[in-house]
Design a protein around this ligand. Structure first.
Ligand code: NCD
Length: 345
């Protein structure tokens, strides 16, 4: 782990609505330096959890977790992260079914209501609209963490993906990362690819998709210029060169809304990571997937040493613990955590 110590906690009282989030000084929040800070904290969280050591860093704080879309990993890891840190939670995984959203309440009122009724110190939000987190940030007076917005952003997923690359490959520089699957509607790819361009050095991004599901052109054109980009339509083309292959499922739920339902059968499962493909990858390459999977990631890949998607999801717990603690505790630094372990504070 690179020891680039940040003296003060740059995340305190900041929202994370996007990987492009800027702080009060108009500086990019997820800068290279700040990412190293967060990853050092994440490693500390990993040690604590693995030692079954519940922390009380957030004792006396409430976290509201509001989900308007289905989730397994992102929901459970945010709630678990709060619990491992000693915080309380009000967690609603079915906002569309059980909250006043069914009575037509809009997002600004809903966010303000949960902030008031729970005295939350931070709100975690998953919502089908691209702008949802930004709207919530405007109306809430506490930080908003975007846990997935529409087809555009999933910044905490990008953080845990990057952390996994960092841990497994020892660096997030000079990596060839191939993104495979539904890059049109998938939001995790857009956030991770952006982050690799924003904080990494010398990375190459390969977008591998059926032409109908390729990464949107306006997104591609807006990527930071330093990163190199290539386009492919078959996995074979990246098997030997990729350091990371990031598989994604076909995002069926968006097809109807975009008038593409008739193409679903034809486009679904055209790009698959099989046992044979996995074996042909570089020895030290890794396979990631945000999950859930459908047919694009065969179960036969799971026991290949390159498969990193189960530890990837565990890393979500550590990184989300680090983020929550950093957002809420102004005094959070690596030195402060070391003191905590040594019983000094
Ligand atoms: C992803 C999502 O919600 O965008 N899931 C997750 O958070 N791990 C990926 C997906 O649903 O395909």
């Amino acid at each position: 782990m690179v020891d680039e110590r940040v003296a003060a906690n740059p995340f305190f009282n900041q929202s994370l609505t996007s990987v492009k989030e800027v702080d009060n000084n108009n500086e990019v929040l997820l800068s290279r330096e700040n990412i190293f800070f967060l990853f050092q904290i994440s490693l500390f969280m990993k040690q604590a959890v693995e030692a079954h050591n519940q922390l009380d860093l957030l004792r006396g704080h409430m976290i509201a977790v509001l989900f308007y879309q289905p989730s397994s990993r992102t929901y459970s890891s945010h709630v678990a992260a709060a619990n491992w840190l000693g915080a309380m939670t009000v967690d609603l995984p079915a906002m569309n079914a059980f909250s006043s959203v069914t009575k037509g309440e809009n997002l600004p009122d809903t966010v303000r209501s949960f902030e008031q009724t729970t005295a939350a110190s931070a709100i975690v939000l998953r919502h089908p609209d691209d702008a949802s987190s930004k709207i919530a940030k405007k109306f809430a007076s506490v930080p908003i963490i975007n846990a997935g917005s529409g087809t555009s952003e999933h910044p905490t997923q990008a953080l845990l993906d990057l952390f996994t690359i960092y841990e497994r490959k020892g660096s997030f520089d000079n990596q060839t990362v191939a993104f495979v699957g539904d890059l049109k509607f998938g939001r995790t790819v857009k956030s991770l690819a952006w982050l690799l361009a924003q904080v990494g050095k010398g990375n190459k991004l390969a977008f591998v998709a059926h032409p109908e599901l390729q990464i949107p052109e306006d997104y591609l054109n807006s990527l930071p210029e330093e990163v190199s980009v290539e386009m492919h339509d078959s996995i074979e083309e990246v098997l030997k060169t990729a350091d990371v292959i990031y598989m994604t499922r076909t995002q069926r739920e968006w097809f109807e809304q975009h008038g593409m339902l008739d193409q679903l059968e034809q486009l679904d499962g055209t790009l698959r990571m099989t046992r044979e493909y996995a074996e042909r990858m570089k020895d030290d390459a890794i396979i990631l997937h945000p999950l859930p999977r459908q047919t694009e990631l065969r179960y036969g890949v799971d026991d290949n040493p390159r498969a990193a998607y189960f530890e990837q999801m565990r890393n979500g717990l550590y990184v989300r613990m680090a983020l929550l603690a950093a957002i809420i505790r102004p005094d959070l630094t690596v030195a402060m955590l070391e003191g905590l372990v040594n019983g000094k504070s």
